[in-house]
Design a binder for this molecule. Structure first.
Ligand SMILES: [Zn+2]
Length: 113
């Protein structure tokens, strides 16, 4: 499962961060996961349950912020949320190759004690 290795990497980064700040435990871990990141939030939650034991994140609450895809239309000079996978501007119908968000896979916030 791809998400398990992703989560192990996240937990390693989170644990190192907590140790660097003299914390023993992480109480909340917030991730930003883009729709295009190739990672499924439900699978991430399962991976967290499987991998967090024995790490400073064992008792942490996992929050996942899903980041929707936003494209830029050069013609209309504005961002839009595509309704299909063709990234078609809802106003002018032009296809956009300029994806401004949706690729994220990052730690947004760590709460440590
Ligand atoms: Zn447009």
């Amino acid at each position: 499962m791809h998400e398990l290795s992703v989560m192990q990497e996240i937990l390693t980064i989170a644990s190192e961060h907590a140790q660097a700040h003299g914390a023993r435990q992480i109480c909340r871990l917030t991730l930003r996961v883009g729709e295009l990141s190739g990672v499924c939030p439900d699978a991430l939650r399962l991976a967290f349950a499987a991998a967090a034991g024995g790490t400073p994140t064992a008792a942490a609450e996992l929050l996942i912020d899903s980041v929707p895809v936003r494209c830029w239309c050069a013609h209309c000079q504005r961002e839009f949320a595509p309704s299909t996978s063709f990234y078609e501007c809802p106003d002018c119908g032009q296809l956009s190759a300029d994806v401004r968000q949706g690729w994220e896979l990052e730690i947004a916030q760590l709460e440590i004690v």
